[in-house]
Design a protein around this ligand. Structure first.
Ligand code: NAD
Length: 290
């Protein structure tokens, strides 16, 4: 078994981006600028946004954090998005999800200028992705593709089972794996909460990509000997440690890693890649805007 080391690969990507930014600055160009909008005090969201802002510093990007209390109105948020859309100093921005219940997430995503939508969630970008056109790919599936590519994992003609059909992970993941190209060209089965015989389907997979959000769901009995296993899940499980929790994924790592040919750890797998790919999208956005 070999680890698909997202931490290492994401650091390589950040180094590549930092070198690119240094060259841009040397040419007298300004650095790419990412803005992040955060609503409320959800612990996981605060952690993710904090990590995104710190990563901007690491690669030499400019960054802006816009924070709102949970009671911000939808109109206020939409006005801010309009402002960011029209701000020439901002190359790309994200609105950290989930948003409070009184705000329509779809309306918010639709309001983002697709040319600044570095999360790749806008229907224009999602549609372009599905049609094999160049666009911003959603950061998490983009990170999985990059990890498979950098480890030279053969995907062509392989059976890939994706667990979960969310708009930000499972669905785009299934599209990307089925697209022409490398990685890609896989035969994809997209499974979800209504899928029957998931265990048997999963066992046929050469590549399993788990994004359902249930800790330790994927057991050794569900995985074929030699399969590639990608664990997108991230869970905080309360414990007695100083932090008060530990992080685990959707996959029973200990048992599944004994059968897998390659497997992503959690933490240090897909999660680390997501931020690197957001930075990559922001770099592209900055270059496109020149
Ligand atoms: P979601 O809740 O939006 O979607 C979960 C999907 O799993 C749904 O489509 C549902 O049909 C399916 N599902 C639920 N129970 C199932 C079951 N028993 N069998 C088969 N399918 C089932 O979740 P999401 O936003 O896609 O996130 C999934 C996981 O990935 C979460 O743990 C989340 O924290 C994590 N995540 C990680 C990253 C990252 O950077 N690594 C990014 C986004 C999400």
């Amino acid at each position: 078994m070999e680890l698909l080391d997202g931490k290492k690969i994401s650091n390589d990507i950040k180094d590549e981006i930092a070198a690119e930014v240094a060259a841009m600055k040397q040419r007298g160009e300004r650095a790419p600028h990412l803005a992040a909008v955060l609503v409320g005090n959800d612990g996981a969201s605060l952690t993710y946004v904090g990590a995104k802002v710190r990563s901007c510093e690491r690669v030499g990007f400019d960054s802006t954090l816009v924070k709102y209390d949970t009671d911000v109105t939808e109109a206020e948020l939409l006005a801010k998005i309009d402002e960011l859309n029209n701000d020439n100093a901002i190359d790309g921005f994200i609105v950290q999800l989930p948003l409070p219940k009184h705000i329509d997430e779809q309306k918010v995503i639709m309001a983002i200028d697709p040319s600044k939508d570095v999360d790749g969630f806008h229907p224009t970008n999602f549609g372009k992705m599905a049609l094999d056109m160049e666009t911003f790919l959603p950061a998490t599936p983009f990170g999985v593709m990059e990890l498979l590519e950098r480890y030279n994992i053969e995907t062509s003609g392989k059976h890939c089972v994706v667990i979960g059909r969310s708009h930000i992970v499972g669905r785009p993941m299934s599209i990307l794996m089925g697209r022409k190209g490398n990685p890609g060209d896989a035969t994809v089965t997209l499974t979800h909460s209504r899928t029957q015989n998931l265990e048997a389907i999963c066992k046929q997979a050469d590549i399993v990509i788990s994004a359902l959000g249930v800790p330790n769901f994927v057991k050794a009995e569900m995985v074929k000997e030699g399969a590639v296993v990608v664990d997108v899940g991230i869970h905080r499980i309360a414990d007695d440690s100083e932090k008060g929790y530990y992080i685990t994924g959707d996959v029973d790592f200990e048992a599944v890693s004994k059968k897998a040919s390659y497997i992503t750890p959690v933490p240090g797998g897909v999660g680390a890649m997501t931020i690197a790919m957001l930075l990559k999208n922001t770099l592209i956005a900055g270059q496109n805007r020149k």
